[in-house]
Design a protein around this ligand. Structure first.
Ligand code: ATP
Ligand code: LTN
Length: 326
């Protein structure tokens, strides 16, 4: 069975973009592939984090994964730092990547601009991501559109390593959904919805109160025209609402556009669809929150399963480069 791997950072509250671009597809993939999903806490540390908040969000993120439908008896769910092989293989990947190619990463440019403190790890971040993926001989990596460039780099690093040291890694492919791969900020529809957005009004949290979700969608920035048309360049706000409604209902955003003649009804339907989509996730999350030990046990078991795959792969890579067996 083909292997799937993906990761989400516990760098803030998970949002609708994370769900439509990634998490939702994890839940579907688990029945079709051998799936490994990871809460990438080491990646979150590349920007300053409050220690208590990081710990809390890591557990919350795991719970959100379970609430979104991941079944730990079917797939593997674990925390990145629980499997130290990630940090170790990351070193070999840093030694495989060039400064030039890391410098070209647009996420680094975006996240380092106007920051008082930029860690070295933010720069080498894609090497850790490559290690995550390559440790599991992953064939397919479900991610939102913003991760395409990191996936390309992962492929280049795998190929370079294999060329230099002999066939070691599987070269993975990105799996980016057709609809929902780039959900935009409701207040700034030219920027992607993000955990680290400047205004919370632009982001819909997966655990947010339905009334608040509906309010944010009703107040989403559109434009001065009245025509409903799917045109991401000329009408980013309206197109984002169509993309969200389309992703939530399984309909095509362009076809949906033909059914609306004003923004009001589009916003109302979009809000209803998002609230209905998130309702079962929120209910299941509330159940899981009552059993923190249960989630911790799932993560411990997940780490053991992950390590069983990761350890031999790390060993293979270590020996390939000439590190003495331990
Ligand atoms: P941060 O703001 O801390 O960078 P993020 O919101 O971008 O966080 P990540 O943990 O980096 O979230 O991403 C987890 C997954 O969600 C990735 O596969 C990513 O591509 C996807 N994703 C993130 N934002 C969006 C979005 N706005 N639309 C669709 N997919 C998204
Ligand atoms: N870089 C990704 C998170 C991430 C990831 C991964 C995604 C870390 N490791 C491995 C897929 C596979 C992000 O910022 N969204």
């Amino acid at each position: 069975m083909a292997r799937v791997f993906s990761g989400i950072q516990p760098s803030g509250d998970l949002h609708l973009g994370n769900y439509l671009g990634a998490l939702r597809h994890f839940a579907l993939d688990q029945y079709e592939y051998d799936c490994v999903f990871c809460i990438v806490d080491l990646h979150a540390l590349t920007v300053p984090q409050d220690p208590e908040a990081l710990a809390r969000r890591t557990l919350e993120a795991a719970r959100v994964h379970l609430a979104a439908g991941l079944d730990p008896s079917v797939c593997t769910l674990f925390v990145q730092s629980h499997v130290h092989e990630h940090a170790e293989l990351s070193w070999l990947m840093e030694c495989t990547a060039s400064v030039g190619e890391l410098r070209r990463m647009t996420q680094f440019k975006e996240k380092s601009t106007d920051q008082e403190f930029v860690s070295g790890a933010l720069f080498t971040y894609p090497a850790l991501m490559a290690a995550d993926i390559l440790l599991y001989a992953s064939d397919r990596v479900p991610v939102g559109n913003d991760q395409r460039q990191h996936l390309e780099l992962t492929r280049d690093l795998a190929e370079r390593f294999n060329h230099r040291f002999g066939a070691t890694f599987v070269v993975p492919a990105a799996a980016v959904p057709r609809v929902g791969a780039r959900i935009m900020d409701l207040q700034r529809p030219t920027a992607k919805m993000s955990k680290s957005a400047t205004s919370p009004q632009g982001t819909v949290g997966l655990l947010e109160d339905p009334a608040s979700i509906a309010r944010k969608i009703r107040r989403a920035v559109t434009d001065a025209e009245v025509e409903v048309r799917y045109d991401t360049e000329a009408k980013p706000g309206v197109s984002n609402l169509l993309a969200i409604l389309g992703a939530a209902t399984g309909e095509d955003p362009v076809e949906l556009a033909g059914r609306y003649h004003r923004y009001g009804p589009l916003k109302a339907d979009c809000a209803d669809a998002v609230v209905a989509l998130l309702e079962p996730i929120q209910a299941r999350y509330a159940e899981l929150a009552g059993d923190p030990a249960g989630t911790a046990a799932v993560l411990a078991e997940g780490a053991a399963k992950a390590r069983a795959v990761a350890a031999p792969m790390l060993e293979k890579a270590r020996q390939a480069v000439g590190l003495l067996p331990r």
